[in-house]
Design a protein around this ligand. Structure first.
Ligand SMILES: [Zn+2]
Ligand SMILES: [Zn+2]
Length: 377
């Protein structure tokens, strides 16, 4: 869903104060209120209604300091996902079963049910970071450090912003009820709506003495270096989930998760498909015709492979268990060797003579494919 520019909707600057936002909202809400449009043509009325909803939604976000901070940081109410380039990964939810069984809590992204009530505990947002590994690092596993900028609760006040548990007083806006009653006149009659008090977010209390350490801010941004263990065999687009290492929760809600998305640098010789390693090895046309033994590199030490006489270009040989480790299992993939028969591009006069002699000595039946083709002509 495309996010709209809430500042633009309210016609205020990005650095507008809470008062300026409130004023702009009141002015626009009055202008587009359904009452004003009653009796107008339906099309006009609907447009105004849409606009009215938009204004209200924009105000809901920008009038709430936590939501506004979030929106400013991530350009989205729903947080880190958009900001961290989450939408750029098409296979975002293509979790590998094996990985998710090792690292619990993978479902964190979708599980952040947001409460409408301001004082309800809210789970912190997840942080997605990408990390690029060499082919070898992924093959054998390694330890990495990622630098993460995250919102943490002030350790002194535990994210409340208050000096102590007794640093609260009754909310002057709602008189301690936590709710505001509003009477609204609509084309269908008078309606009384009860909304949560925005000053105290429904708690009925406001802070009288702010935390001396954070000045009442309660939360602050910190850069943390977090050690992550990369398991052997991990592959591109797989994710490692670190529970509770994301942004701090609000009102005692649990922390979000840190999700590390893996990307591998290509290898000079190998490509991988799952845990299988693939390599293409060229041999001469003579070796292909006569058969030979070749040395095949692996992720550790080279191994030997017998190539039978008469091997065709494109033939594949499987070397069992010489592929990559399967994550968290004592299992290995295979090494698949694809043979490329190479024909020399230049020949000496002598070699040409020898090949012509050789050609003359061949019988049609020695070339099964060529024979089949000719028979089909
Ligand atoms: Zn504090
Ligand atoms: Zn209140």
């Amino acid at each position: 869903m495309a996010e709209k520019d809430y500042y633009k909707i309210l016609g205020v600057e990005k650095n507008a104060t809470a008062d300026e936002i409130k004023q702009a909202y009141r002015r626009l809400a009055k202008q587009y209120h359904p009452d004003v449009y009653s009796g107008r043509p339906e099309e006009e009325r609907k447009r105004a209604e849409e606009k009215f909803k938009e204004i209200n939604h924009a105000y809901e976000i920008l009038s709430d300091p936590a939501k506004r901070e979030n929106y400013d940081r991530f350009g989205s109410e729903s947080g880190s996902q958009a900001g961290a380039g989450f939408s750029g990964f098409s296979s975002a939810f293509d979790f590998d079963d094996i990985i998710s069984s090792i690292f619990s809590g993978f479902g964190g992204m979708g599980g952040s049910a947001r409460s409408r009530r301001g004082n309800a505990p809210q789970r912190g947002q997840d942080i997605l970071v990408g990390i690029t590994l060499t082919f070898e690092e992924a093959a054998f596993g390694c330890e990495k450090t990622v630098s993460v900028k995250r919102v943490e609760n002030c350790p002194y006040c535990h994210g409340t912003g208050a000096k102590s548990e007794s640093s609260y007083k009754t909310c002057p806006t709602c008189g301690g009820t936590g709710q505001i009653s509003q009477s609204q006149r609509t084309p269908f009659g008078h309606f009384s709506t009860v909304t949560t008090c925005s000053t105290c977010k429904g708690t009925g209390k406001v802070i009288s003495e702010v935390c001396p350490k954070c000045g009442g801010k309660a939360r602050r941004e910190q850069v943390r270096d977090i050690k992550i263990n990369i398991p052997a065999g991990i592959d591109t687009d797989q994710r490692i989930n670190y529970s509770g290492e994301g942004h701090a929760g609000i009102n005692g809600g649990e922390n979000g998760n840190l999700i590390v998305q893996i990307k591998l640098k290509p290898h000079n010789l190998f490509t991988r498909r799952g845990s299988d390693l693939h390599i293409t090895i060229p041999i001469t046309m003579v070796d292909a015709a006569l058969g030979c033994t070749i040395s095949v590199p692996t992720m550790t030490k080279p191994t030997e492979l017998d190539i039978p006489a008469g091997t065709q270009s494109g033939a594949q040989f499987k070397i069992k268990d010489k592929g990559l480790k399967v994550v968290n299992k004592n299992l290995y993939g295979d090494l698949i060797v694809k043979i490329l028969v190479e024909v020399p591009k230049t020949l000496t006069r002598e070699q040409k003579e020898m090949l012509k002699k050789l050609q003359a000595s061949f019988e049609t039946k020695q070339f099964a494919k060529l024979k089949e083709y000719k028979d089909n002509l």
